[in-house]
Ligand binder design. Structure first.
Ligand code: FAD
Length: 460
């Protein structure tokens, strides 16, 4: 009979839960983690990692094409998705093993099963009842189906990542980053893709110049953009899928992907009966230290619907563990979180969009747009675009935005500068690495637009 008293019980062994459990154990806590599915969570099993492996597969379409321009002959071939799927499954199994080993080596007890809150620090996992003075909910999220009728007949990102052959035609429903990524990837793998979304441009919330250029890039890749119209229903029959839109138009394809968003995993866990406050979409409401409304219960990661990204879930998990077990009070700053969209070309962003910055005060905007050396040499038309959004008063760089090859890698490095509060002058005195695309970020001399200066001058 195991001693089922612990210092901490973590529910969910995804990115955030594993990070919190390991950090708390490193501080000397006795930790149990419960997982209902595979260890590693969304990111490792059915999110970031398999998606990026699929993106790499799709990237070869461009690489093979470009190789010809560089003098290689007889390149080409056929994509056999089942071979990719087998290799991907093996890699994910390997990574799951790594996660299991990390937990075991940290001294964290892993229990398989769906956890339910029992009140008073009690957590039921199957027929086992465990107790801890601190319980951390890190149950993540799952695809949502409630935007309109019939969405439950389509694939979600879970099933797309399990495909063993490329569908001839695919309807991707949604305009967020997951929708754009799969539209781009599946088009690269040979599917004829239609991207259906409500807004006029995909990627709401991103800088408008990136959104416009991504739309053009997707179209160049052969993706049909069906935006600007709301959707009414999805129907499935023996021929495939039919998406009915509110303007009376109908879109058809052999396969459909529901990428309309995700919902926090909070249903059926006993949260409501304990009095844990949830928001309108079912996310656990937490304060800046990830405390829920009920003492002894914390929540981190996607289940709190703050910034739904893996590194954020990890940072929140570690901040919780350092604060509660390491006597090192730590909070996560959600303001300057860099993020990337793995389309072809990819885009990445950190800090304020131009529109958001302009709403706050005077802003100078610097831009650079060019055909990258490799693409130009191979005869490609694709362009790279970079933008710096700079505070018009103190020259602090408020936002960095890029669409083009290597954007995620470049913006990750610049996110350090932004976190440190770098100014445009700091960028100017940085010597370039040549020849690179990234050097353009330190070679932008004159603003292309200045916002809000006239208003300030007339007020002085
Ligand atoms: P999760 O990783 O979802 O883990 C939650 C775990 O809890 C799961 O393993 C689940 O099985 C378990 N669980 C749920 N309920 C219970 C219960 N009652 N009892 C026991 N266990 C339970 N983020 C990025 O930063 N970059 C990307 O490129 C990126 N790409 C993505 C692509 C896709 C297709 C998707 C869907 C997501 C992507 N994300 C990406 C988001 C990222 O995966 C999540 O932000 C991250 O996984 C959140 O971690 P988490 O710990 O909060 O939850």
């Amino acid at each position: 009979m195991p001693n089922d008293r612990h210092d901490l019980i973590v529910i969910g062994a995804g990115s955030g839960g594993v990070a919190a459990a390991r950090r708390a154990a490193a501080h000397g806590a006795k930790v149990l983690i419960a997982e209902a599915d595979r260890v590693g969570g969304t990111c490792v099993i059915r999110g970031c990692v398999p998606k990026k492996l699929m993106m790499y597969a799709a990237e070869f379409a461009r690489t093979l094409h470009e190789a010809d321009g560089f003098g290689w002959s007889e390149v080409g071939g056929r994509f056999e998705m089942h071979r990719w799927a087998d290799a991907k499954a093996a890699e994910i199994a390997r990574l799951e093993g790594v996660y299991r080993k990390l937990l075991a080596d940290s001294g964290v007890a892993l229990v398989a099963g769906r956890a339910m809150l029992n009140g008073g620090g009690g957590v039921r996992i199957g027929d086992r009842l465990c107790h801890a003075p601190r319980v951390l909910v890190a149950t993540g999220g799952a695809p949502a189906f409630d935007a309109f009728a019939g969405l439950d007949t389509a694939m979600t990102s879970n099933e797309v990542l399990e495909l063993r052959r490329v569908p001839p035609t695919l309807l991707v429903i949604g305009g967020g980053y997951v929708a754009c990524e799969f539209a781009s990837i599946l088009a690269g793998l040979g599917a004829r893709v239609t991207l259906a979304f409500r807004d006029t441009l995909p990627l709401r919330g991103f800088d408008a110049d990136l959104r416009r250029r991504l739309a053009q890039a997707l179209e160049r890749r052969g993706v049909v953009l069906a935006g600007g119209v709301a959707m009414r229903a999805l129907q499935r029959d023996e021929h495939g899928f039919e998406l009915q839109r509110t303007d009376g138009s109908v879109l058809r394809a052999a396969a459909a992907l529901n990428a309309t968003g995700r919902r926090p995993n909070t249903a059926g866990m006993g949260l409501e009966s304990l009095g844990v406050r949830l928001d309108a979409r079912g996310a656990v409401e937490v304060d800046a230290d990830s405390r829920s409304s009920v003492p002894g219960l914390w929540a981190i990661g996607d289940v709190t619907h703050r910034v739904n990204l893996t590194p954020v879930a990890i940072a929140e998990g570690r901040a919780f563990a350092d604060t509660e077990f390491g006597r090192r009070p730590t909070r996560v700053d959600h303001r300057t979180v860099a993020s990337a969209v793995f389309t072809d070309p990819p885009l990445a962003t950190v800090g304020l969009t131009e529109d958001d910055a302009v709403a706050r005060g005077p802003v100078d905007v610097y831009e650079s747009e060019f055909r990258p050396m490799k693409t130009a040499f191979a005869g490609g038309a694709e362009r790279t675009y970079m933008k710096l959004v700079v505070d018009g008063l103190d020259e602090r760089v408020l936002g960095v935005h890029m669409i083009g090859a290597d954007a995620p890698e470049i913006v990750q490095s610049l996110a350090v500068a932004l976190t440190c509060g770098a100014t445009k002058r700091d960028f100017d005195r940085t010597i370039a690495v040549h020849p690179t695309a990234a050097e353009e970020f330190v070679l932008m001399r004159e603003p292309v637009r200045r916002h809000g200066h006239a208003a300030r001058e007339s007020a002085v």
